[in-house]
Design a protein around this ligand. Structure first.
Ligand SMILES: *Cc1c(COP(=O)(O)O)cnc(C)c1O
Length: 215
């Protein structure tokens, strides 16, 4: 039961952790069931399904994008997107800002940090992240807010490895929080169905859950 799953996770994680339900691959009916259960924050990892679901579902949903975003697709989502969790370049930030400005909107952005051992293509190193935050260009981006960091741990049963990766994201977050004047920098997005409790123990305050909600 989708409603029971959501309520159980919410009770388990408490009020200080935001639950983002990952709706990728699910039917509109399934997503509606989560909506009726009170869930209002959903995430997709690709632009096209995100657009279809945005059209089909109630407009008070807060939509997040959690997958790689190409600059040429930014314009399709800026009219409604709440948070882009997967920002991985200055160029992308500038593009988001440009289109958000046209729409007269503010778009929240998380910088995606590469913390896993896996050889995935996306995400910033700590140095690349710091370079973005140090850039004088950032101040000119009036229609984006950098609201935190996102990371994905290695897909492994080795809990020590996953814990190490989550802790590394938390420590980068703390370093940024302590050294930069970023008034909206509050979100640490880490933890999925199989590792969210460990992620929260390591400092996560936003979890992205798909499988466990819809099973
Ligand atoms: C699919 C996905 C999730 C959700 O994963 P589950 O294991 O189904 O909970 C979370 N984050 C990202 C970036 C994803 O692509």
């Amino acid at each position: 039961m989708i409603a029971e799953n959501i309520n159980q996770i919410k009770q388990e994680v408490g009020h200080n952790v935001k639950l983002v339900v990952v709706s990728k691959f699910r039917s509109i009916e399934e997503i509606k069931e989560a909506y009726v259960a009170g869930q209002r924050i959903f995430a997709e990892n690709k632009v096209q399904p995100l657009l279809e679901r945005y059209e089909a579902l109630p407009k008070d949903i807060e939509w997040h994008l959690i997958g790689h975003l190409q600059t040429n697709k930014v314009k399709y989502i800026t009219p409604f997107i709440h948070t882009i969790q997967s920002v991985d370049s200055m160029k992308l930030l500038q593009e988001i800002n440009k289109h958000a400005l046209k729409e007269n909107r503010i778009v929240n952005c998380l910088l995606q940090i590469y913390i896993a051992l896996e050889d995935t293509k996306f995400g910033l190193s700590k140095a690349e992240c710091m370079a973005i935050l140090d850039s004088p260009l950032l101040k000119e981006l009036s229609n984006i807010k950098i609201t935190g960091l996102m990371g994905m741990a290695t897909f492994t049963a080795n809990q020590d490895q996953v814990e190490k990766e989550f802790k590394s994201l938390k420590s980068i977050f703390d370093e940024i929080k302590g050294n930069y004047h970023l008034p909206y920098f509050e979100t640490i997005s880490m933890g999925m169905s199989n590792d969210y409790l460990l992620a929260i123990a390591c400092g996560s305050n936003l979890i992205r859950i798909g499988t466990m909600v819809f099973q």
